[in-house]
Write a protein that binds this ligand. Structure first.
Ligand SMILES: Nc1ncnc2c1ncn2[C@@H]1O[C@H](COP(=O)(O)OP(=O)(O)OP(=O)(O)O)[C@@H](O)[C@H]1O
Length: 245
């Protein structure tokens, strides 16, 4: 498929398939089109060229109704843009109410316990820290059990301990996952497959994680690592570097 914002081509003839239950890391430098691709996969944008099939049915305007929305969960890069309820409880309950679930209180309390959010349920979500907001938004998505989970830089605001907790959660969830990240170690620990986008939205790599991490030329080409000079004690030297987080 292909996608452009007005005249600006962002995704160029991308072609790939994802099997149910697969965990796929979406890698690429700033502006390579990861967030745009996640929005396409969520059905928030429709391709401007080519086709996108979700669960063997073509995604089009007619299909994007509540039943599709309840099968796909997307976490945006900036969780603030998604928080609009007066309390954390209401935030997590929102989609459950929209999709007509029963037993809402029990479901919210269960996921709040799993995420360690019990003490925050009565608070205004906008007053939480960045990492807590990410957790609330994730809980609000996972509580309705989507088949496809699309996460845009979910660990960007998390401290190392929370990131570790989050990776453990990701490994437990049975949903299909597409995880956009700049953090190669999070990608490696959670996903068996990687898609690497080049600036301009072409696919540079589609395959298992392990060989990708040994392919320095490709990682440099995709801007996922770089060489620079820096200081170690009294010496200045240069080598390949990961800039994570
Ligand atoms: N709403 C929009 N209107 C016009 N251009 C846009 C819009 N959103 C994104 N773009 C452009 O599309 C390109 C891809 O952006 P996108 O946010 O998908 O990249 P990304 O890989 O997610 O980047 P990052 O790693 O910085 O989050 C960028 O050049 C961006 O300027």
């Amino acid at each position: 498929m292909a996608f452009a914002y007005e005249e600006r081509q962002v995704i160029e003839s991308l072609s790939f398939g994802i099997e149910p239950g697969e965990k796929v890391a979406l890698l690429g430098c700033n502006g390579s089109g990861k967030s745009t691709l996640l929005r396409l996969l969520a059905g928030l944008y429709l391709p401007k060229g080519g086709r996108y099939f979700f669960q063997n049915k073509k995604m089009d305007k007619k299909r994007i109704d509540a039943s599709i929305r309840s099968q796909i969960g997307i976490l945006f890069q900036n969780p603030e843009s998604m928080l609009f309820n007066p309390t954390v409880f209401d935030e997590i309950a929102f989609s459950l109410r929209e999709f007509g679930y029963d037993d809402i209180e029990r479901r919210v309390e269960e996921i709040a316990e799993q995420f360690g959010l019990e003490e925050l349920l009565g608070l205004n979500p906008l007053k939480l820290s960045g990492g807590e907001k990410q957790k609330v938004m994730l809980a609000a998505i996972l509580v309705y059990g989507p088949d496809l989970l699309l996460l845009d830089e979910p660990t960007a605001a998390m401290d190392p301990a929370t990131t570790g907790w989050f990776i453990d959660q990701l490994l437990e969830w049975q949903t299909t996952l597409v995880l956009a990240t700049h953090d190669l170690s999070v990608a490696y620990e959670t996903c068996e497959r990687a898609l690497v986008l080049a600036p301009g939205g072409q696919l540079l790599y589609d395959g298992p994680m392990e060989p990708l991490l040994k392919d320095y030329d490709l990682l440099v080409k995709a801007n996922l690592i770089h060489k620079h000079r820096h200081r170690h004690k009294r010496f200045i030297h240069s080598h390949y570097h990961l800039h994570e987080g």
